[in-house]
Design a protein around this ligand. Structure first.
Ligand SMILES: [Zn+2]
Length: 279
């Protein structure tokens, strides 16, 4: 893992989301967990060398942030919506999908249990471990249940997938208006070292690029809606942003699919349909 500050170690090079370890005076805290079971098993060995794991914090409900929870026997903290999403997951299907990541994964998933969050928050909470303070702040956007995790004594914030640094942005269920507000909330923090959900470490200087790309996405789909294109036509034909950024680690070949998911969601956003339907 890459050492980011005196007590923060991060992994940004594996399939799935970035994750990190914070070494406190009273044990370790893991923020998000690997997507691949084989990576989780290796991380477990590394954690055992470093000390005793106390808690896991999940930053969002997507499986690439929590699948590895199940390989650790500690309480998990997250937004209440993350807990609900994990409990509502068809684990048979989930295990089948994760097994497809490689030949060594399936045997590690026998008797898999998700280890869903047991400590939850709605808007904000603080967790104190040793001399460290972990401040979790609800920041909806990429999903309704995102959280930023501020490690105050280290000057580091884990932003969740509200930031994809220099890799393709997934907007499959994103709410652009809230997302942009959350980027402003990140700008308002004292801390200026961001561990994004995907891609390399960045800082506040990247917020404008991330927000600008979101706005460009919305404008792109809004333009097509304005020209009278149907959702199906949009999904089939809007491909211009496919290669703007490379895909994250081991997501090669998925760019067209991400493009379609993003367009479908943003079509609903622009027209007030689907998850964006206004009552
Ligand atoms: Zn995500």
């Amino acid at each position: 893992m890459q050492q980011l500050t005196s007590n923060v170690f991060i992994e940004t090079q594996q399939k799935g989301a970035n994750h990190g370890i914070v070494a406190t005076s009273d044990g370790l805290v893991l923020i998000d967990t690997p997507h691949k079971p084989s990576d989780a098993v290796r991380l477990k060995a590394e954690i055992e060398r470093r000390g005793k794991l106390r808690y896991i914090i999940n930053t969002e409900p997507h499986g690439d942030h929590w699948t590895g929870n199940g390989f650790f026997d500690v309480p998990v903290v997250a937004h209440a919506g993350v807990r609900a999403r994990i409990l509502g997951t068809d684990m048979g299907e989930h295990v089948k999908r994760v097994s497809s990541f490689g030949p060594q994964e399936a045997p590690l998933l026998e008797n898999y249990r998700a280890n869903a969050p047991v400590i939850t928050f709605e808007s904000e909470m603080k967790l104190h471990v040793g001399n460290h303070t972990f401040r979790m702040i609800h920041m909806p956007g990429h999903t309704p249940y995102q959280a930023a995790v501020v490690v105050e004594e280290e000057g580091v914030t884990f932003t969740s997938d509200n930031i994809f640094c220099q890799v393709q942005t997934w907007i499959q269920e994103g709410q652009p208006e809230e997302w942009l507000k959350s980027l402003e909330a990140l700008r308002g923090l004292r801390e200026d070292t961001f561990v994004p959900g995907h891609g390399p470490v960045c800082g506040k200087s990247y917020l404008q690029e991330q927000g600008g790309f979101l706005e460009e996405w919305v404008g792109y789909v809004r333009g097509a809606v304005g020209r009278g294109m149907t959702k199906q036509e949009c999904v089939a034909n809007l491909t211009a942003l496919t290669d703007r950024y490379p895909m994250d680690v081991e997501q090669d070949g998925m760019a067209p699919r991400v493009m379609q998911l993003n367009v479908a969601n943003l079509y609903d956003y622009v027209t007030g349909a689907g998850i964006h339907a206004r009552s």
